[in-house]
Every structure is written in structure tokens, then in C-alpha cells.
Design a protein around this ligand. Structure first.
Ligand code: IP8
Length: 262
């Protein structure tokens, strides 16, 4: 039975489940392990995943995030929708193989944007599948935009709306690093991980990071997490590449990572 206060909300970042450097390359071993950790929690869960190399390159090449301008974008939009569906099927299948009944709920069909902002999502469908004991799986996708024709609905926008509407007990973002750092740990060895980030800690971070994503940098992600926290949902960024960390975080154990609080 669906008990909202036990419900878990997990984002599998595109950088964790895909090889971000190579178009449409899945990290199958990582995905299978994370699916097992999610299935092992035994609690009702909504899974959101990013697009990684299945979405960002082609979306950016065709400017899908800026809306419909001309027909030359249409094949690009269709290609991105196809590619993220391929990724989504891999995620959903991995969950089902791990013993968790799961269903795909694609934003291209169930969401409406307005000027790039997620305004409308069929949250009732998520609730009803959860009540049945089937885990909804949604993802960064192309979606209809009532002002711009189409746009990009990111996994983080979905996290924000689902966190607000479903009030999960735990909200976990899986990244490919341990948490939020003072600067990019891959480029600067003096980078320090922050255990807690609030508004003032975010404002103190140097804004130097480059970003290839059409949906924004780590700063945009933290802004989203701060809005989630303002609605009463503390969330955490953890490293999904470390075996067992997601499983422990889902159980509410103390794990290495960054908590985002108001
Ligand atoms: O990876 C972006 O979603 P994200 C979706 O969650 C596309 O930022 C299609 C680029």
C-alpha cells in the first residue's frame, strides 16, 4: 500500500548512468547496480533520470531548449525523444530485472512547459502507479511548450514538481562525484566537498564552472534543490558510482554526500 511518508524520490544523473563523453553510451554495470540498490529498499519509489549523452549533444545542436524556430529542428527533436526513450527503456528494464515493477512515464506525453518552465505534469498518474505498487520512471525529455512549441523538460524540473506534490520521505540525487564541491574536483585538487549547502554557501561558490548541458550547471541544480528544501523537503547529492551508497542513503543511514537545506 502507498504510504506517502515512506515514498522515496531518486534522480539518477545522466553523468552516472551514461558515458557523457560518448553519444548514446550506457554505463550498463553502474545502471544494473543502482537498479538493484533501488529495488532493495523495499519502499515505494519514483525514479527520475537525466539524459546524459543520450540527450544533451543533439538537443544543444538543434537548440531544442530555446523552443521551435523552424522545421530544421524537427528531426533533431525527434532524434532526442527517440534517444532518451532508448535510455529510459534500459533504466526501466534494469529495475524490472532487479525485481521492481516499474513503468515509464514520458514527459513528451505527460508534461507541458511554459517558456521552458514545467507548468503541468500528470502527477495523478505517478500517484496511482505508486498505489498499485508499480514504480514510476520519468526522465529528462523534449516536451510541449505552450508558448514556444517545444522545449526541454529536465530531470531536475521533474524532481522539483514531484518533490512538491508527493512529499517524499527522502530525496536523493545521484551524481558522479561525492557531493557539491567548492570548485570542480576534477580540475582543482584543492576542491573541498561541502557537507551542507544552504543559500549563503551557494552564493559563496565561485561561478567559474563551464557547462555543456542544455539544462544548466551545478548551480542551477542547487537552486532547484533549495526550492525543494523551501517546500520542506531536504535533499542530498551523493556519489552513485560508489557501490552501496545509494542503498544506504535510501535507508536513511549517514552517508558521504551533500545535504541541501534552506
Ligand atoms: O539530463 C535533459 O535532462 P537532464 C534532457 O535531467 C535532454 O538535465 C533531452 C537534454
Amino acid at each position: 500500500m502507498f504510504r506517502p511518508h515512506h515514498m522515496l524520490l531518486v534522480k539518477l544523473g545522466g553523468s552516472v548512468i551514461t558515458d557523457k563523453m560518448n553519444y548514446r553510451v550506457l554505463r550498463e554495470d553502474v545502471l544494473d547496480r543502482l537498479a538493484g540498490e533501488i529495488a532493495g529498499s523495499g519502499e515505494p519509489t519514483v525514479v527520475v533520470h537525466g539524459a546524459g549523452s543520450f540527450g544533451h549533444v543533439i538537443a544543444s545542436k538543434h537548440g531544442i531548449q530555446n523552443g521551435f524556430r523552424d522545421t530544421s529542428q524537427l528531426m533533431g527533436a525527434a532524434q532526442v525523444m527517440e534517444d532518451v526513450r532508448v535510455l529510459n527503456l534500459a533504466v526501466t528494464s534494469a529495475l524490472v530485472r532487479s525485481g521492481l515493477p516499474a513503468v515509464s512515464l514520458p514527459p513528451s506525453a505527460l508534461a507541458r512547459l511554459s517558456e521552458g518552465k514545467l507548468e503541468n505534469l500528470d502527477v495523478d498518474a505517478f500517484r496511482r502507479y505508486l498505489e498499485l505498487g508499480i514504480a514510476p520512471v520519468t526522465f529528462g525529455d523534449v516536451a510541449l511548450d505552450v508558448r514556444r512549441g517545444f522545449g526541454i523538460c529536465s530531470g531536475d524540473q521533474l524532481m522539483e514538481v514531484l518533490a512538491r506534490e508527493l512529499a517524499p520521505a527522502r530525496i536523493i540525487f545521484c551524481s558522479d562525484v561525492d557531493g557539491v564541491y567548492t570548485c570542480d574536483p576534477r580540475e582543482d585538487p584543492s576542491a573541498r566537498m561541502l557537507e551542507v549547502v544552504d543559500r549563503s554557501a551557494l552564493d559563496a561558490l565561485p561561478r567559474t564552472q563551464r557547462c555543456a548541458d542544455v539544462t544548466g550547471s551545478i548551480f542551477g541544480k542547487i537552486e532547484t534543490m533549495l526550492r525543494i528544501a523551501a517546500h520542506g523537503g531536504g535533499s542530498m547529492v551523493i556519489n552513485g558510482l560508489v557501490p552501496g551508497r545509494l542503498a544506504a542513503a535510501l535507508k536513511g543511514e549517514e552517508v558521504v554526500g551533500t545535504r541541501v537545506v534552506v
